[in-house]
Design a protein around this ligand. Sequence first.
Ligand code: SPV
Ligand code: MG
Length: 290
Amino acid sequence: MSPAKRLRTRMAETGLVQIMAAHSPLSAILAEEAGFDGLWASGFELAALYGLADMSLISMTQHLDMLRAIAGRTTLPIVADIDTGYGNAINVIHTIGEYERAGASAVVIEDKTFPKVTSLVAGGRQELTRIEEFQGKIEAAIATRRSADFLIIARTEALIAGLGETEALHRARAYVEAGADMILIHSKKKDPSEIESFSRAWTGSAPLVVVPNAYPDLDAKRVKALRNVRMMIYGNYGIRTAATCMQQTFRRIIADGGVQNVHKDILPVEEIFRLQGIEATRAAEARFLR
Ligand code: SPV
Ligand code: MG
């Protein structure tokens, strides 16, 4: 069964899939071992990995290269964050072909203008495309996918742009009309009230996707109670976790004047060897090196 088919099956079986952000193959391996249903090839995480703002500075090629590397080291389905689709509907045709070939099982395309500005930053310049234009991009994505299992998820940034629930619902309905399989509704409010209200008001046929980055109190149990949300994406938790650990450890090494203390609190190198697949390479050495 293809990863895209597995993602759809898992969603149908469990009612809610939990998807962890990955910015590297190592973070993807750790997410798979922890038990997540899939991976989020996050634009924010990859931009942060490069030390850059999430403002369309990372190229499609850079993102695709990382996605391919991730797909090569995990069996989990990958939900690709393609931002605005890298341009207009013509760019979307090219983008969908590239991401499906690279091993993605789903894409999320958002209704912002290119270049986009990251969603959660205070005072961010949030400009949305015209509804008809975005419908054309969704239709282009649907017409381009080779497998019917490949999910096209339309993301509306209406709440992020401060346009309110009525506009968000209007846009979401228009995107479903254009063929979107799911709707990602995003909010930067510190509590989940906007998302819960949207979900209650949503009567559309497509299920919802939520990203509880700004409103961490919305846990899986509460999401399940909303009934029409089928996917939960932990959108920036990979890079924040990695940065937290590196920041603390690096500062301690300077403060302690060496690694005599920190080494006890970080993974031993043998565990990294395991994550690198050392066993398989050793077996190959024994078999093939003469
Ligand atoms: C990402 O992880 O790149 C996202 C989620 O799009 S957020 O950064 O919260 O907009
Ligand atoms: Mg993003």
